[in-house]
Unconditional design. Structure first.
Lengths: 246, 87
C-alpha cells in the first residue's frame, strides 16, 4: 500500500471517528455541572457504611465485584509474564557482580527515599478507606519504592531483599483473601462481597467494615504482583544470558 | 479553579504532543513519564486524588521502567546478533 493510499484510508477512518466523537460529546452532560445522579446515590451509601473515602466505598463496597475482576486481571498478567519470560532452553541465569556505575547523588537520594516511600506506601494502603488512596495505589508505591534499590545501583541488594518465592505466595494469599471476604459475605449476608464486618466510628482506622480488609488484600496482591512482573523484566535484562555469549 | 484546569489541560496537551513527536523510544520513555505526571496534576485539579495517585505511580514510574527494561533487553539482543553475524 502506497503512502498516499494509506493517508486516504487514515483520513476516512479518522474523520469518521472524529465525527462520531463530536456527536457523542455534544449530547453528554456539560463539563463541571453541579448535579450528578451517581454522586447523589453513592455518597449516602458510603456514609451509611461509615466509609469516609467515598471512592474506596465505591471500589470495595458498592462495586466490589468490579474490583475483584480487576484483581483477577492483574494476577493473570503476572502469571502470563512469568510464563512468557521464563529463561528459554538456550538461556541460563548467572549471578551478577555489584555494578557500581551510579552517581553518588542518585545513590544518596535512593537510599534516603527508600524507607520514606515504603512508609508512605503502607500509609496509603492502611488509610485507603479514610483518605485518598487504597490497596492498589499503596501497593504500587511499595513496589516502586523497593526498586529504588535498583536505581541506586545495587541489583544484588534488591535481589536479596525480595525472595521471589515468598512474593508469589503473598500474591496468591492477597487474591485468596479478597475471594474469602467475598464468600464470607455470601455466608453471613447472602450476597457476594456484602459488607459483613461491624462499621465502627466514622473516620477511624477501624471503620468501613470490610473495606480496609479488602484494601490490605489488594495491597498485598498488587505489591507482590508488580514486584514479580518487574523481576521478570529485570532478569531478562540483567541475569539471563544466551548460551555461547557471556 | 478554571485557570488551574486550563493550565493543567494545556500541560497535558503539550506533554502528549511531545510524546508523539519524540522519535527514539528511549527518549520517548522520558516524555511519556512526564506526560503521566501532567495527567496526575490534571486529575488532582479535577478533585480525583485517588485516580491521580494511581496515575502518578503507574504512568510515572512502573510503565516507564518496564518500557526502559524492554528496550535495553532488545538492544542487547540486537547487539549480540550483530556480533554473531560478524564473527
Amino acid at each position: 500500500m502506497s503512502r498516499r493510499v494509506r493517508l486516504v484510508v487514515f483520513l476516512i477512518g479518522g474523520g469518521a471517528v472524529a465525527a462520531l466523537l463530536a456527536i457523542a460529546f455534544l449530547s453528554m452532560p456539560h463539563f463541571g455541572r453541579s448535579e450528578h445522579l451517581y454522586r447523589d446515590l453513592a455518597v449516602p451509601a458510603a456514609v451509611k457504611h461509615v466509609t469516609a473515602n467515598v471512592v474506596s466505598s465505591v471500589n470495595f463496597d458498592q462495586r466490589g465485584m468490579d474490583t475483584f475482576g480487576e484483581e483477577t486481571i492483574l494476577i493473570a498478567s503476572v502469571v502470563g509474564t512469568a510464563a512468557l519470560l521464563r529463561p528459554a532452553k538456550e538461556e541460563t541465569e548467572r549471578r551478577v557482580p555489584d555494578t557500581g556505575r551510579t552517581l553518588g547523588a542518585t545513590r544518596l537520594v535512593g537510599y534516603l527515599m527508600l524507607p520514606v516511600s515504603l512508609v508512605i506506601g503502607l500509609d496509603v494502603v492502611l488509610h485507603g478507606h479514610v483518605t485518598p488512596g487504597g490497596g492498589f495505589q499503596g501497593g504500587v508505591v511499595l513496589a516502586t519504592g523497593l526498586h529504588l534499590l535498583y536505581v541506586s545501583g545495587s541489583y544484588p541488594a534488591l535481589d536479596r531483599l525480595r525472595p521471589l518465592e515468598l512474593f508469589d505466595i503473598v500474591d496468591g494469599v492477597g487474591a485468596a483473601t479478597f475471594a474469602a471476604v467475598g464468600l464470607a459475605g455470601i455466608a453471613f449476608a447472602g450476597s457476594f462481597l456484602a459488607n459483613v464486618v461491624s462499621f465502627g466510628t466514622f473516620g477511624a482506622l477501624f471503620s468501613a467494615g470490610t473495606v480496609p480488609i479488602l484494601n490490605v488484600a489488594v495491597g498485598m496482591e498488587v505489591f507482590a504482583g508488580i514486584v514479580a512482573i518487574l523481576a521478570k523484566f529485570l532478569d531478562q535484562d540483567i541475569t539471563v544470558v544466551k548460551e555461547g555469549d557471556q | 479553579m478554571t485557570a488551574l484546569l486550563v493550565l493543567s489541560l494545556t500541560l497535558v496537551g503539550v506533554a502528549g504532543t511531545a510524546v508523539v513527536l519524540s522519535r527514539r523510544p528511549e527518549r520517548q520513555v522520558v516524555t511519556y513519564s512526564l506526560f503521566g505526571l501532567t495527567l496526575g496534576v490534571l486529575f488532582l485539579a479535577l478533585q480525583a486524588p485517588d485516580v491521580a495517585l494511581s496515575q502518578v505511580t503507574v504512568g510515572g514510574a512502573v510503565t516507564p521502567m518496564m518500557i526502559l527494561l524492554a528496550i535495553r533487553t532488545m538492544d542487547k539482543d540486537q547487539k549480540q546478533r550483530r556480533e554473531r553475524e560478524d564473527s
